[in-house]
Design a protein around this ligand. Structure first.
Ligand SMILES: [Zn+2]
Length: 391
């Protein structure tokens, strides 16, 4: 394929040679090209495509008529994974003095993609930055720079470029910007830099007013500083903003109420929340609350009623109900055995099932990624609801 393609290009070079000789006679150049043309063909016939390519690059003039051919050849090599060849072609184009600025930027953009494909991210970054000077390719280069900074988790740089992109063209970048600030806040929280993290979260809110992740992180920050009431307040905002993430907030809310040692308020909150969002995570918390603060009988009665009442009860609630039933002392042997079988079936059905799914591309997994590994959208992965999920 490569040899065939180069042979075609050599034939094309021969055509250009003839054309340029006719219009602008220049005997020495024409003779040199003629010689290179036949040497090149000789390399191809002897199965030495790299030498033939080098000769072709040297022989084929680079001007506005031929640049598209060079770029097409470079792009073809990149698509075939032959990156060093693509890089050589594009570097050769950039080094030519007779190209216009636009043509050089076109070649620089192609070179940046070569480096990106080769995983040489520092050079790709450098090349994309050069291209941002050109309004024609600026937006494309900014988008690619953000991709690089996301890969390298360089959030400050990602924020800087995203702000430029927002200013120039893309109002949709706000969601990504808010998540970049959240990523930065997560790093700062690990370093226990609470006030700096709060600044990042405040900035995140400026770009995306209603983002559950901001309040989850805010709660974490307050909790780390032993400010439990403020943490609880932040976590409770999640259900108002996006109840899909309630399952992420509930375990943290339970922890806060336990720290505050206010069981009545805790029970009232859980009952009220369950009325609004009858999810498995909430019913599990409510079951535990009844068991600890009332009685096992009340907890089991609650779960039994809810399993019967829900049109599509979750397997998680069923497992909890089985565990509660199995703890009853008066259980007769047959019933115990039936529950064991039921438990094994429910466990099997839940095994290896994803917990989260991307609403954009369908990527599913058991870890909550804020940046979808499948489609690279921010905040599109959410907890799964229904029988196999959170109810
Ligand atoms: Zn996705």
């Amino acid at each position: 394929m490569l040899i065939f393609f180069l042979a075609c290009l050599f034939a094309l070079a021969g055509y250009w040679l003839g054309k340029s000789s006719t219009i602008h006679p220049s005997p020495p150049t024409a003779a040199a090209l003629n010689k290179n043309y036949f040497i090149g063909l000789n390399y191809l016939l002897n199965d030495q495509p790299d030498k033939a390519l080098q000769l072709l690059i040297q022989s084929l003039s680079v001007d506005s008529d031929t640049i598209e051919t060079h770029l097409a050849l470079g792009s073809l090599f990149r698509k075939r994974g032959e990156l060093s060849r693509a890089i050589r072609i594009h570097q050769n184009l950039i080094a030519r003095p007779n190209l216009t600025v636009i043509e050089k930027n076109q070649a620089m953009l192609a070179l940046a993609y070569d480096y990106l494909a080769a995983g040489v991210l520092d050079r790709a970054e450098q090349s994309f930055w050069i291209v941002t000077e050109d309004p024609t390719y600026r937006t494309e280069a900014y988008v690619k720079l953000i991709d690089i900074y996301q890969q390298e988790r360089r959030w400050l740089q990602a924020i800087e470029v995203a702000l430029r992109l927002k200013k120039h063209a893309d109002p949709q970048i706000s969601n990504a910007l808010a998540h970049f600030h959240c990523e930065r806040a997560s790093v700062l929280l690990k370093e226990k830099k609470f006030s700096e993290a709060l600044v990042e979260l405040t900035n995140a809110k400026k770009h995306q007013r209603r983002l559950s992740r901001v309040y989850l992180l805010m709660g974490d920050s307050y909790l780390q500083q032993q400010e439990v009431k403020q943490a609880l307040n932040a976590y409770q905002q999640v259900q108002e903003i996006d109840p899909d993430y309630l399952s992420e907030a509930i375990p943290k809310i339970v922890h806060c109420y336990q720290q505050l040692n206010s069981p009545d308020a805790f029970g009232h909150y859980l009952e009220h929340t369950y009325q609004q969002w009858p999810r498995a995570t909430v019913s599990q918390a409510l079951f535990d609350y009844y068991r600890q603060h009332h009685s096992m009988a009340k907890a089991t009665a609650f779960l039994t009623t809810e399993l019967a009442r829900q049109p599509a009860p979750s397997l998680k609630s069923l497992l909890q109900w089985i565990a509660a039933e199995q703890q009853q002392e008066a259980l007769i042997g047959d019933h115990q055995q039936q529950l064991t079988v039921l438990n094994a079936i429910a466990v099997k059905l839940l095994q290896h099932k994803p917990v989260y799914r991307c609403s954009h591309c369908g990527f599913a997994g058991r870890i909550l990624f804020w940046l979808c590994p499948g489609c690279k959208h921010w905040g599109s992965i959410k907890p799964i609801h229904g029988v196999e999920g959170d109810g």
